[in-house]
Ligand binder design. Sequence first.
Ligand SMILES: Nc1nc2[nH]cnc2c(=O)[nH]1
Ligand SMILES: [Zn+2]
Length: 449
Amino acid sequence: MSQEQQEKVVFVGTIASSSALDQLNVFKGFVSVENGKITKVGSMAEYNLIATSNELSGYEKVMLHGNQLLIPGFVDCHTHAPQFPNIGLGLDRPLLEWLDKYTFPLESKYVDVNFAKKIYEQVVQRLIKNGTTTACYFGSLHLEGTLQLVECIIKYRQRALVGKVSMNVKNDANYYNKTEKELNDVETFIQKVIGYKSNLVAPVVTPRFAVSCDETLMRGLSEIANKYDCRIQSHISENRKEVEYVLSANPGCRNYSEVYDKNYILNSKCIMAHAIYLDEDEISLFATKGVSVAHCPASNTRLRSGLCPVRKLLNNHITVGLGTDVSGGDSATILDAMRRTMDVSIHLELLENMGPALNFKEVFYLATLGGAKALRLDDKIGSFEIGKEFDALIVDVYTKGGQIDQYEYSIDKNEEHYLLSLLQRFIYLGDDRNISQVYVKGKKVKDFS
Ligand SMILES: Nc1nc2[nH]cnc2c(=O)[nH]1
Ligand SMILES: [Zn+2]
């Protein structure tokens, strides 16, 4: 057994973890971890009992102080690693123009593996610093460049799904591949990622969207996904002009989802970003097929795409996680995605009577277990349950220099309310300064304390 596998740690303090959209547990207690896996979760009383026996001998003890929280790591269900150099730039155009003018020209640069390595080193570290223990990435069109992303993820020990982007329809930037090369490259990419033998990183088949992939490519990609039992990710119904374009290019299809469905893209291992304008038939198709949605509120607003009715999707039994969607999104942190999810949801309640708006407890679920379910990783991560792998953050709510450091105050002295107020403040006001330690599969990957 390796040194790493023998680690035994027990975390003691305030713990917050969701078991369902409407089921948040915040309590004082402990989580014990052995070989990266959670072995016990319990109350303070239970901890005191086992602490006096010799059950915890050999365990390192991490005692959280009163204003710290232990929470599951954040899951970013949708982001574009090569687009980080454009973050906060070029948001003055709607989607299709933005792609042609800003995004494809930048992504074309990742043919240069040195450039790719330099950027991806920063991207992966930045996400970990912000508490994203799992990310579902779009890479670029390039095989070698996207392998650089995989190598950085392995180096910094993030958990991830990574896709080499597939496109075979010509565009102004000449950023596409011929179909045969594309299918060969995707298969090689998958084999190489599997060849790294990482238990944290898996490949994901990634047709960019129906505008840039024809039927032959989509069908070929679906076959590859089946052959290697891979997840598939793409974009759907993000922008009205995009939907119009896809329907005009596919006159036999009643809606956008049908274009994907007839090419075998939609299944229970498929994650679709945006899904703003799905009609009732598409919503039931997603529910029946088990397609997940990555909700990306920052880019939906910044590119003026629209307001995604997340409550309606959830009420219709669609699994939803959160995505930052950099660089359509202008923020790389899931904390920000949680806040924007609440904002959009409030706007829908006020303007469209589509309430009740999602609250902070519900977006915490979406950022953790919801995201894990959307990526079909909830057997491993997303909450503190015995047998799951330990991906977690230690949060320091009143950290010096942070947004909340002077306001150590709670309106009442009830302990449960006080513990909940810690989580509430972190969600509404926190940032990376409040994330003092980050763990992936039981191992500390960042220590800012
Ligand atoms: N937001 C966003 N939407 C897309 N649709 C197709 N490609 C993209 C992309 O890179 N970003
Ligand atoms: Zn996207």
